[in-house]
Design a protein around this ligand. Structure first.
Ligand code: ATP
Length: 446
């Protein structure tokens, strides 16, 4: 068997029961998930933390397999039972054989915007109109839901006012159930183990909560809108491929009330706020350099996986309790290099060739990294201060580059400038950047 060479942070699934641990070992059940924290004392052995019990101790690598990453698959659907705009007749044709509890959801042809839940029972199809009012969905004006996912979840457990509980989704052709896939691969978490705490941030698509999952402090992003939740599924799939000390770790997702995305908690918040609230008297140049190196190492890892970030900026860097910077927000991360919607691009951070001809590459991430360096050394200032987005586009095109931030070490400014070479090929790789930053860090700083 090939020697496993797992790094700290790798999530593993137990292949066997291990109920009688020896001294220093921890117990686990088949299917339990553990996070490796480091090498063990002997060959093939690791130190690991049990994701549910929180126990930490030694485990044998041969009893585990790495938690499977999700393939980025556009067919993966949170709502495989949703068939879009089809007529009642068409729905009836699809619901064959008419087993009790077989169901689908369609959009009403006659009342656009309203949905219809179609369920088989006693060889008949029942059509329940789902009404959207006051921002909620309801069938009977007694039970109300934020979204379809929630509604289906409810009627899969309770009959409520309908003929039968929902037993089996009729999948739309060409879709695969995300729930099944997440469950099989070990990324589906258990709602009953989650406790939500206070709101710690506001994302574009919903609040971010602090919480606890099976004893571990976590951050939870809840996406209520079905369509957005579906879009986030892709971000989550990307994250299942990533384990690195400088990338915010996905712990898993919960399908309830839309989608809950559970990640490790970064208690010191995002880097912009971190630097703005502390300022140059509280954060040393060495600490700033450590942040830049942290981000660089995270990017080097993304690069090694052939992934682009596309939205690298200090607002998307989070700081852990022990002051380590990690990259988050893989919303725009993609394997391919063809862009989607240009209007959403963060212009002040995006390389000119990416803005102009959608040429995204690791080199365009390097450009953004240069802007991020500038943000770090200016303690969280908005880049290109006082310039409008269209001014920035135009000036940068004509060769304008930002001045160094106050008291920025000249060598660091030289690194920024090299990231902003017009010709992407002339920009350094993240690997090269790490080299230069490590040298910088080894110099005496105040
Ligand atoms: N894992 C985490 N730990 C601590 N705080 C977090 C975590 N994730 C997010 N936050 C906080 O919540 C804020 C919003 O995060 P979020 O990623 O939703 O922002 P966003 O940039 O709007 O992303 P999106 O476009 O995905 O909504 C962050 O700036 C940060 O302060």
């Amino acid at each position: 068997m090939a020697m496993k060479n797992w790094t700290a942070g790798t999530q593993c699934v137990a292949k066997k029961e291990h109920s009688k641990p020896k001294a220093g070992e921890i117990p686990y059940h088949k299917g339990d998930i553990l996070t490796l924290v480091g090498p063990g004392t002997r060959k093939g052995e690791y130190r690991a933390r049990h994701n549910t019990t929180g126990d930490e101790g030694l485990v044998s690598g041969s009893n585990f397999r790495e938690r499977e990453a999700l393939r980025i698959d556009p067919k993966l659907s949170l709502m495989p039972w949703f068939h879009g705009k089809i007529s009642g007749m068409q729905a009836v044709c699809k619901l064959k054989p008419m087993d009790d509890g077989l169901f689908l959801v369609r959009e009403s042809v006659r009342h656009p915007g309203d949905f219809v839940l179609c369920v088989c029972f006693h060889q008949k199809v029942f059509h329940y109109r789902v009404i959207f009012q006051n921002n909620k969905l309801t069938i009977d004006n007694k039970e109300f839901f934020y979204n379809l996912i929630d509604m289906i979840e409810f009627y899969s457990r309770n009959r409520g006012a309908i003929a039968t509980v929902l037993l089996k989704p009729k999948k739309k052709e060409g879709t695969k159930s995300a729930e099944t896939k997440l469950l099989k691969s070990g990324w589906l978490l258990d709602l009953s183990k989650l406790t939500l705490g206070e709101v710690i941030g506001e994302g574009e698509f919903g609040a971010v909560f602090e919480g606890e999952y099976a004893g571990q402090r976590v951050a939870v992003k809840n996406i209520k809108c079905d369509v957005t939740a579906q879009a986030f599924l892709e971000e989550t799939s990307v994250m299942t491929n990533l384990h690195h000390k400088n990338l915010v770790q996905l712990l898993g997702v919960i399908l309830h009330n839309g989608l809950h995305i559970v990640t490790e908690l970064m208690t010191k918040g995002n880097l912009v706020n971190f630097l703005r609230t502390r300022g140059r008297f509280a954060v040393s140049a060495t600490q700033l350099l450590r942040f830049t190196l942290d981000v660089c190492e995270g990017m080097e890892h993304l690069e090694s996986k052939k992934l682009l970030h596309r939205d690298l900026a200090a607002r998307n860097i989070l700081v852990s309790e022990d002051g380590v910077a990690k990259i988050s927000d893989f919303g725009l991360a993609k394997v391919s290099s063809t862009a989607t919607d240009n209007s959403k691009l963060p212009v002040k951070w995006t390389a000119p060739e990416a803005l102009k001809s959608k040429k995204f590459s690791t080199q365009s991430d390097v450009w953004s990294y240069g802007v991020l360096l500038w943000e770090i050394f200016s303690f969280g200032r908005q880049p290109y201060p006082k310039m409008s987005v269209s001014d920035v586009r135009e000036c940068v095109d004509q060769g304008y580059r930002m001045e160094p931030p106050d008291e920025c070490p000249p060598d660091v400014y030289a690194i920024m400038m090299s990231c902003w070479e017009t010709d992407p090929k002339k920009r350094p790789s993240f690997h090269k950047l790490r080299d230069r930053l490590e040298k910088e860090l080894s110099k005496p700083h105040t």
